[in-house]
Design a protein around this ligand. Sequence first.
Ligand SMILES: Cc1cc2nc3c(=O)[nH]c(=O)nc-3n(C[C@H](O)[C@H](O)[C@H](O)COP(=O)(O)O)c2cc1C
Length: 165
Amino acid sequence: MKTLVTYMSQTGNTKKVAEAIYGELTGDKEIKALSEVKNLEGYDLAFIGFPVMQFDIPPKVRSFLTENTKGKNIAIFMTHAVPEGFEAIQSWTGSARQTAADANLLGTFECQGELAQPVIDMLLKAEDPQMKAFGEMGASTKGQPDESRLGKAREFARNIQAKKK
Ligand SMILES: Cc1cc2nc3c(=O)[nH]c(=O)nc-3n(C[C@H](O)[C@H](O)[C@H](O)COP(=O)(O)O)c2cc1C
């Protein structure tokens, strides 16, 4: 069985989660940036990860899921700056599920990732009070994903792989 872990990551958070998942997998496996993956041919299972951006899936990830996941065994993971349990997360997960509706989706995982300082600075200067509030939350995201979140990502990896065996 050959498994791929692929991810999009601008500031390294989703990459950390991807590496934690990859480290836990047994058997033949590869880890690659999404930009290096043409399609999912030759893989029995693919973990696909990305950061939530502008309250949704990044457009490049959306087109990858739409074009390449039909009939494929996949698992989706994402990072976001809001704390776990934040209501909007359900709609982000729902959006990913809907985009990959023709795949055999084995599960999803999400956790908090640090909001990069330049993004915090930009948000704090925003006129929109909602954006400003988002920026003020930035400091509380420092150091994420931490070891406990990465541990949950490893558990996710084990559970998904067990479903496929
Ligand atoms: C342009 C931009 C938009 C973002 N939009 C959201 C958002 O809508 N909701 C959220 O929770 N986090 C948002 N974030 C935070 C990222 O999702 C979070 O920091 C993530 O862990 C970044 O992952 P990465 O380091 O792999 O790029 C945004 C970050 C950037 C840079």
